[in-house]
Design a protein around this ligand. Sequence first.
Ligand SMILES: Nc1ccn([C@@H]2O[C@H](COP(=O)(O)OP(=O)(O)OP(=O)(O)O)[C@@H](O)[C@H]2O)c(=O)n1
Ligand SMILES: C[C@](O)(CO)[C@H](O)COP(=O)(O)O
Length: 254
Amino acid sequence: MTAITNDPATRPLATLGVILVGAGSGTRLGADVPKAFVELHGRSLIEFGIGVVTSLPHTGHLTVVIPEARAAQTLALVDEILPRDSSWTVSVVAGGRERHESVRFGIAALPDSVDTVLVHDAARPFASAELFERVAAEVRRTGDAVIPALPVSDTLKRVDADGVVHETVDRAPLVAVQTPQGFRREVLEAAHSARPDEPGDTLPTDDAEVVQRAGARVRTVPGELRAHKLTTAEDLPILEYFLTANVIGLEVEA
Ligand SMILES: Nc1ccn([C@@H]2O[C@H](COP(=O)(O)OP(=O)(O)OP(=O)(O)O)[C@@H](O)[C@H]2O)c(=O)n1
Ligand SMILES: C[C@](O)(CO)[C@H](O)COP(=O)(O)O
């Protein structure tokens, strides 16, 4: 299923592509709707994501990946958010069972003119426009894959299945990584189409791992706290705080 809201063929050439993945079910959150459709102060996560991407000052194409049953709702949202004269075109596609499949379906919906692709989790609704720009600029400057990263601030321990500690892990070379993650289109496309689910393979949890397994170099840029991911119910008050304390520049009532 690919539903295109405003046909890229009728628009200027797109060079930046963004894939907003929101097709997960949100098992760890346990909400009664798919996680991307959970609302914060009356707006869903997918709405925040569509808003920030289509505000970027680029000619670009956004592919929104959602559960198939949410296609009509998502198309209506895009119609509502996107100005008629936007420099962005948008398509809406159904996702797969695993995140990497959803990304693959998203890649397939990008117009040929896209040369740089950012993949972003709908579950990180408050990643800033500056972060998208930082990642895209570094991909274009270096040609490498680029991911936002934050230093780890806790002491790290390796534990076994019973929770017994075996060792302290040196945290100096470790970082926690976020999205948007950026790639040259051909690198992302080739890595995802080659990526087999080999027996015994662990599933890749991000796209940097997919391209790295295919031999690409991945570099980091500074991430940001506000790009925090909604994973469990404990993350909800953190995102609420970002909204009500006006950290993200959207005024809402506390
Ligand atoms: N089959 C999938 C799985 C995940 N995602 C997206 O990938 C992002 C990161 O995934 P995660 O936070 O793990 O979301 P869920 O898979 O929904 O969460 P859970 O593992 O708790 O079910 C989310 O925006 C999610 O919607 C997706 O598009 N398609
Ligand atoms: C892609 C990601 O958000 C980078 O931190 C993360 O790997 C998603 O992981 P999840 O366990 O599937 O939420």
